[in-house]
Design a binder for this molecule. Structure first.
Ligand code: PGA
Ligand code: ZN
Length: 418
């Protein structure tokens, strides 16, 4: 079925910042749309997110240029193409953009088109989105991921003074609803622990609490108390951290600055600091433990902790196949955060996933701090059989939209099994 029309629209994301939405119309009249997320603590190696820069509209964050690029440059090129030709549509956009990091058209423009094309194709085939992804890219081991659910947010994401951006919990019950049930209970207990201690229960961009804390250990201790209070067995709950280290690294002094604890650590000290946390808390994963260009630090951390926990590259890899390849060659991590908007097209995202899996590494599919109600990442995580998904606290519409889609998928998969 051929693509007949491509319409773009500027909408607002969950932070009130503009983002891109696209509607694709096919020759048979079917329509499909997609909208794209946006990060706050973005890495320097990510594909370019095109913003208008006109301060009089949304402080310069408008996306009318990206929308114009969709309607006047991408649209005319892909109209008439078969919607089942996902790879060709993506290659066409990559070519149109040129050699540089999506700088001409904007990764936000490209991502909205690539996902809406995929969704339109899925509608034509009358299949679920995760099945269509599987069909196109050769995946058939579908499974519903476990949430790595953030419950305390610091760094750039909330008013909290916490240096660590995300304190997450993971639970491995038999299904996604049971996982969310326990996650929600711990989240609620944490709220009670915080207000009981006179701390704020205001939430950050991803729905997690943003209390003021005096050290990273205090954040972890608050979570351990919340688990106690929830009366859920400690054995069931593991912790994961996203340090988002590029945000706390000071290039001049070459130190990681932990304001809460009033310490500045060089790479070796940071590695020891994290080893100590892992020794004392049930931490199974640390994301962006070191800043995005600290290759030697990543290698040394991997030597020390790589056999014990997941070491996840987010800003470090930027869902970029070349960086992931380097990481694998240099044994610099063992897991990759997958954020489609860091790279731009579905096809490039799938290449990054395939390379990650081929190395025996873990891909973790992730939302951004600025989200819409689009649930594409839920289907993506299922399609590739990802063990984990990061899609926020069990609150806020744009976060629970993804959890709700996982509930739906889990029921669809059960019916298929029967
Ligand atoms: P971001 O944060 O969307 O603000 O980049 C998410 C993350 O760092 O994982
Ligand atoms: Zn991150």
């Amino acid at each position: 079925m051929k693509i007949k029309n491509v319409k773009a629209n500027e909408i607002l994301d969950s932070r009130g910042i503009p983002t891109v939405s696209v509607e694709i119309e096919l020759e048979n009249g079917l329509k499909a749309s997609a909208s794209v997320p946006s990060g706050t603590s973005t890495g320097i190696h990510e594909a370019l997110e095109l913003r208008d820069g006109n301060k009089e509209r949304f402080g310069g964050m408008g996306v009318t240029k990206a929308c114009e690029n969709i309607e006047s440059i991408i649209g005319p090129k892909i109209k008439g193409m078969d919607v089942s030709d996902q790879v060709k549509v993506d290659e066409t956009m990559i070519e149109l953009d040129g050699p540089k990091n999506k700088e001409k058209l904007g990764a936000n423009a490209i991502l909205a088109v690539t996902i809406s094309v995929l969704r339109a194709h899925s509608l034509v085939k009358n299949k679920e989105l995760f099945q269509t992804i599987g069909d196109i890219y050769g995946f058939n081991n579908f499974s519903v991921p476990m949430p790595m659910a953030v419950i305390i947010e610091g760094g750039q994401h909330s008013d909290s003074n916490a240096d660590i951006q995300e304190y997450m919990i993971t639970i491995n019950e038999t299904n996604i609803r049971d996982n969310l049930n326990l996650i929600e209970r711990i989240y609620t207990s944490l709220g009670e622990v915080l207000s009981g201690g006179g701390k704020s229960t205001n939430i950050g961009y991803e729905g997690a609490y943003g209390p003021s804390i005096s050290s990273n250990r205090e954040g972890l201790d608050l979570i351990m108390s919340a688990i106690d209070k929830s009366e859920i067995s400690k054995n069931k709950v593991n912790l994961a951290l996203d340090i988002a280290s590029s945000e706390i690294y000071d290039k001049e002094s070459q130190k990681y600055i932990m304001k809460g604890e009033n310490i500045a650590l060089n790479t070796d000290q940071m590695v020891s600091y994290l080893e100590e946390l892992v020794r004392n808390y049930p931490i199974i994963s640390i994301e962006d433990a070191l800043f995005e260009d600290d290759w030697e630090g990543w290698q040394s951390l991997s030597e020390k902790l790589g056999s014990k926990i997941m070491l996840v590259g987010d800003d470090f890899f930027a869902t970029n196949i070349e960086r992931i390849r380097d990481g694998i060659d240099k044994k610099a991590a063992n897991s990759v955060l997958i954020k489609p908007n860091q790279i731009g097209t579905v096809t490039e995202t799938m290449e990054a996933i395939k390379m990650t899996k081929f190395a025996g590494w873990e891909p973790i599919v992730s939302h951004r701090s600025g989200e819409t109600n689009d649930t594409f990442i839920a289907d993506l995580a299922v399609a590739i059989g990802a063990k984990y998904i990061k899609t926020g606290a069990p609150v806020r519409g744009e976060r629970v939209a993804k959890y709700n889609r996982l509930f739906e998928i889990s029921e669809i998969m059960q019916k298929v099994k029967k």
